[in-house]
Design a binder for this molecule. Structure first.
Ligand SMILES: C[S@@+](CC[C@H](N)C(=O)[O-])C[C@H]1O[C@@H](n2cnc3c(N)ncnc32)[C@H](O)[C@@H]1O
Length: 277
């Protein structure tokens, strides 16, 4: 997807803190899209450039669930009646995430289990090589939500050179180590993937919340597509990268002021087209 030039009226806010407390401070309702890309329970410390890193160690899968569940509950609470959530995970936790989302939103609010198919990484001699992440797409309502089908290049001979609607398998290259896009934050996601997701699932002018925003990929995608965005991360090192990339300062308001940030980002008459399931 070709990024459009940023609309000066669109805005991005960066907040430092635990998304549990920040999201818990807001009454709820204003967010059109939550994109959540939490630690995947890899049991590793993820290290990027210049000592930038975050911890992803859990004694048991149940510990990871215990960490995610209250945070997920708070961010789901913030969804507008026609809002949606995209939960990015992989084979380690996808089954837990789907059950938590079904509990919080209802099984009938499940829309897609997206597969992000990427090329990089080694192969395995012991099992099929793991070459995809999972992105669960749930909506707040079982009957009304926004969806603008993304168009991707067709691959069949018959449609060569044409575009077609994306399927639930998203073939987007991951960022290789030499790429100019790489910003030094470990587990950085490709901008092309986030532009595809934000464009599809958040109305123009709508509000995107990334409660564990890392280096701010979602926020850049939102800004490129004229959506407003709030990013939260508990690590100053992540926000430093996001702030540089977005040319935005981390908000210096007291950490309980997500509510005020959201109110100021609210703009009247911003709702776009809606799809009915
Ligand atoms: C997988 S990374 C996100 C990467 C991001 N999507 C990007 O493209 O750069 C997960 C992030 O969650 C953050 N995080 C972990 N626990 C958090 C919490 N309780 N509140 C806010 N952020 C948290 C970590 O600091 C890390 O930056």
């Amino acid at each position: 997807m070709v990024p459009q030039s940023p609309d000066p009226s669109s805005s991005v806010v960066l907040l430092e803190g635990d998304c549990l407390e920040l999201a818990g401070s807001v009454p709820g309702g204003p967010v059109d899209l939550v994109y959540l890309d939490p630690p995947f329970a890899t049991g590793r410390t993820h290290s990027g450039r210049d000592g930038r890193s975050f911890q992803d160690h859990w004694q048991t899968p149940a510990d990871w669930v215990e960490f995610i569940r209250p945070r997920l509950r708070e961010v789901v609470r913030l969804l507008a009646p026609t809002g949606a959530i995209l939960f990015h995970c992989d084979w380690r936790t996808c089954h837990h995430a789907r059950l938590m989302l079904e509990e919080l939103l209802g099984a009938d609010c499940f829309q897609n289990h997206l597969v992000w198919k990427y090329g990089l990484g080694g192969s395995s001699a012991r099992r099929f090589s793991r070459k995809h992440d999972d992105i669960l797409f749930f909506t707040r309502s079982a009957s009304e939500w926004y969806f603008d089908p993304p168009m991707v290049p067709a691959t069949s001979n018959r449609m060569k050179g044409m575009m077609k609607k994306a399927t639930d398998v998203l073939d987007v290259p991951s960022i290789n180590n030499m790429s100019r896009e790489r910003n030094g934050w470990p587990t950085q996601k490709p901008l092309a993937l986030l532009e595809l997701l934000v464009g599809a699932c958040c109305p123009p002018g709508g509000l995107v919340l990334d409660p564990m925003c890392g280096s701010g990929t979602t926020l850049e995608a939102a800004r490129n597509l004229q959506r407003r965005a709030v990013g939260i991360d508990r690590l100053p090192a992540a926000l430093e990268v996001a702030g540089r990339r977005l040319d935005t300062e981390v908000s210096d308001r007291p950490s309980s002021n997500l509510r005020q940030e959201l109110e100021e980002l609210e703009a009247p008459g911003r709702r776009g087209e809606r799809a009915s399931g």
